[in-house]
Design a protein around this ligand. Structure first.
Ligand code: MEV
Length: 408
């Protein structure tokens, strides 16, 4: 039997026979995960942290973040509290659809005008075939065609309604390509597949009185840092990594495709021809004003969203009725919050102080020690501002020495 044909339990047994030690896993969990992926042998777990009271367009949300980086959750909470108290974030999501491409090879008989004249009929046929998408408010919005020598590029915009829509869009594109097969002058279909090119753009804005973040000097320094990110790709990519810290944590918690968003955001950051920061901060009328726009091909239905218990919990927290537009607003908001938290730290105490305090938890988690010992070591690391594995080992030795001495 091939590996993929085995049950997950048998795959695990095989790995154990090869001398690999595996973590224990609940049988039902293993069974459920096997339905989601291929060659499943286990699970990877991430902590889910909560960002409380995220005020976006006057709506208050509780937002779960799945990340192993503790500073991401702490940073988002810190800035969200500041902005929420200052009136909240404003968001605008244009959920027009996601792009698809059909590329054809044509011969000398091909007439692009004839093809273009067929587009209304093609859309009608696709809508008949995919009536349930149309029923849910989606469908094919536009088709355009351009010819370059013997190649014809069809650009199709498809609204996937409340889903991210990758599978649906690919099916529609393949269906459309088939309808074109007998068209005069078309030699062959080269491909029909969605494009991850940016669409579904969300814009976020925040305005904060400068006194709330430590005064005009701090605000001006943040604006200057932001200006550097507009022109220096070395800073821009780090700035954007900070944004993606928040964005991806909400994507993961909400069962969305992190790779699609990452790919689109990278292109978006380079849309002017050179790579730049996705966010912009400036000072205006005694306020620090910041904004961000991001392509967010996400959904609240479809994919594995309704079949994963961990993801379903996220929607119970966010609100079962949340729309893809609201979720996109929230994702970009958390991205902007993480961005400002990083800039604020860099402009004041530096990034390491807050980071290391939180990373101390990870250091302590790796210690071979009891829970009470770990708690004590964590406190000692923080009190002494020492955040290395060696310091943790030394404090553990100290604690054990003291314990032994008090016992004797
Ligand atoms: C670390 O995960 C993210 C930051 O480097 C982002 C930034 O520098 O803006 C702190």
């Amino acid at each position: 039997m091939k590996f993929y044909e085995l049950t997950p339990a048998k795959r695990r047994a095989l790995l154990r026979q090869r001398g690999i030690e595996l973590d224990e896993i609940d049988e039902q969990v293993l069974h459920d995960l096997d339905l989601l992926s291929e060659n499943v042998i286990g699970q990877l777990r991430l902590p889910v942290g909560l960002v409380q009271n995220v005020l976006v367009n006057d709506q208050n949300y509780q937002v779960p973040l799945a990340t192993e980086e503790p500073s991401v959750v702490a940073a988002a909470n810190h800035v969200v509290k500041i902005v929420t108290e200052a009136g909240g974030f404003t968001a605008d999501s244009q959920r027009n659809g996601i792009w698809g491409q059909i590329v054809l090879q044509v011969d000398a008989d091909f007439k692009i005008a004839q093809l273009q004249a067929f587009f209304p009929e093609l859309i009608k046929k696709a809508h008949n075939e995919y009536a349930s998408l149309v029923f849910h408010g989606g469908g094919v919005k536009t088709i355009t065609a351009e010819q370059e020598k013997d190649l014809v590029f069809l650009k199709v915009l498809i609204d996937p309604a409340e889903s991210m829509g990758a599978n649906r869009v690919n099916s529609i594109l393949e269906y459309m390509a088939k309808q074109l097969a007998a068209f005069s002058g078309i030699k062959q279909k080269l491909f029909a597949i969605l494009s991850n090119y940016p669409s579904q753009i969300t814009k976020i804005k925040a305005e904060i009185p400068v006194e709330v973040i430590g005064g005009i000097e701090t605000a001006q320094k943040i604006a200057l840092l932001s200006r550097i990110g507009q022109t220096d790709p070395m800073r821009a990519v780090t700035n954007n990594k900070g944004i993606m810290n928040g964005v991806e944590a909400v994507l993961l918690a909400s069962g969305n495709d992190t790779r699609a968003v990452e790919a689109a955001c990278s292109v978006w950051a380079a849309k002017s021809g050179s790579y730049t920061s996705l966010s912009k901060w400036y000072v205006q009328d005694e306020k620090l004003v910041g904004g961000l726009s991001l392509p967010l091909p996400i959904g609240v239905v479809g994919g594995s969203i309704k079949s994963r218990k961990d993801v379903k919990q996220t929607y119970r927290i966010l609100g079962e009725k949340i729309t893809s537009q609201e979720l996109a607003n929230i994702i970009a908001t958390i991205g902007l919050a993480n961005n400002l938290a990083a800039l604020l730290a860099i402009a004041t105490q530096g990034i390491q102080k807050g980071h290391m305090k939180l990373q101390a938890r990870n250091i302590v988690a790796n210690l071979d020690a009891t829970s009470p010992e770990k708690k004590k070591v964590l406190q000692m690391l923080i009190n002494n501002k020492l955040y290395s594995q060696t310091a943790a080992q030394n404090f553990l030795k100290e604690i054990r020495k003291e314990n032994n001495a008090s016992r004797n």
